[in-house]
Design a protein around this ligand. Sequence first.
Ligand SMILES: CC(C)(COP(=O)(O)OP(=O)(O)OC[C@H]1O[C@@H](n2cnc3c(N)ncnc32)[C@H](O)[C@@H]1OP(=O)(O)O)[C@@H](O)C(=O)NCCC(=O)NCCS
Length: 409
Amino acid sequence: MTFDVRKVNDEEFDAWSDAIDIGFLTPQNRGDGPRRRRWFDLDRCWGAFDAGKPVGTLRSIEMELTVPGGAFVPLAGISAVTVAPTHRRNGLLSRMLAGALSASKERGEPLAGLYAAEYPIYGRFGFGAATTTANWHLDARAATFARELPGSVELVDAETVCEEGFKLYDRLRALTPGAVSRPRELWERHLGLVPREGGSVPKHDLYALCRDRDGHVVGYMRYKFDEERWTHDRPDNVVEARDLFALTVEYEARLWKYLADHDWVSEVRAPVMRREDELWRELLVNRRVAWADNQADGEWIRVLDAPAALAARRYEVPGRIVLRVVDKDGYADGTFALDGGPDGATCTATGESADVTLPAAVLAAIYLGGFTAGRFAALGMIDEHNAGAVARLSAMFQTAIAPWSPVGY
Ligand SMILES: CC(C)(COP(=O)(O)OP(=O)(O)OC[C@H]1O[C@@H](n2cnc3c(N)ncnc32)[C@H](O)[C@@H]1OP(=O)(O)O)[C@@H](O)C(=O)NCCC(=O)NCCS
């Protein structure tokens, strides 16, 4: 069987869009092509075709990733990855991804990123899980905070939140290594303001802003209540924070407190994209009344241009190290001398002998500072050629606060 793998054209777009919904087991969403066409860039949509019919889909989104030190680095966000059930395990994902990653490398994007539906899919392609994620729960009736929390909370409508939440998120991502940019159109889609044909703006979502004492917006939240529940004649309801972002830990705690303070609510849940370590929890009198579950990998990174990616970030501990990066697909392969510290970094190809050898997927996993090199060395995934090199690599790359990817794509 021979299949075509190439970019999608305008006439094929609606059928290609339907193929996404078949691949994701949501055939009821077919017919969404015209809406998707508003924000999908055709030049970055890849398809696999069998006799002209789309049987594979993949999209690469133009984004920026905040790296340690605060720089925004161009990142190709890989999304909408599906292969039809009739065509799986014929190498179609491999071919679509190779097309998209080579195009990104040519465009000068040093990084690609994605969220993996299933863990085993992407390591073979040089991606490494670089952030973690968890769901959080707070016992609303026992949630007492140890100190007064600043800020006031105001309920607002969807249009206000679109404007203010978008601006707030853009400030937050500048402070958050691991966060990606989210263009205005995607923000509107995320809030459900651009519904599918026949759909409507979700009425169950409520929106709130947190303001500081001067009235500036310092936090934003989208939340909803689960189905009303009473237990032994007492109200026993769950409120779910779908988005909960604030510029400081205290304002974040303020938003959790706002939700916990509701009458009738026994539990606050944040079921998506939270950090594994939520710092606001430390502000509770009893930190055990908040707990995490469903800890998992978050954003996966793929380094396409090692010197550009490594020079773009900052290193909290200064140092120099020579890295031999092994990349079977070639993009990041080579030996590089990295000299970096808190104020900047340089990274160039070198003929020097390496201090350490590591695969591209491990470089990706330690790139944002969330996992130490020592961890991978213990697993036999980094070879140390000079004593102390792994410790130096760990110290240089690790960050004081773990990276966080607050929104998916
Ligand atoms: C995941 C998916 C896109 C893979 O497509 P595919 O065309 O079958 O993948 P390929 O044939 O290119 O596979 C390449 C390799 O990855 C492996 N692989 C692919 N998907 C895998 C999975 N879900 N779990 C484990 N291994 C997987 C293949 O076995 C193959 O290994 P091999 O080279 O050792 O034989 C497809 O199975 C799919 O659409 N799944 C449902 C939707 C989904 O999960 N999408 C991913 C969203 S992030």
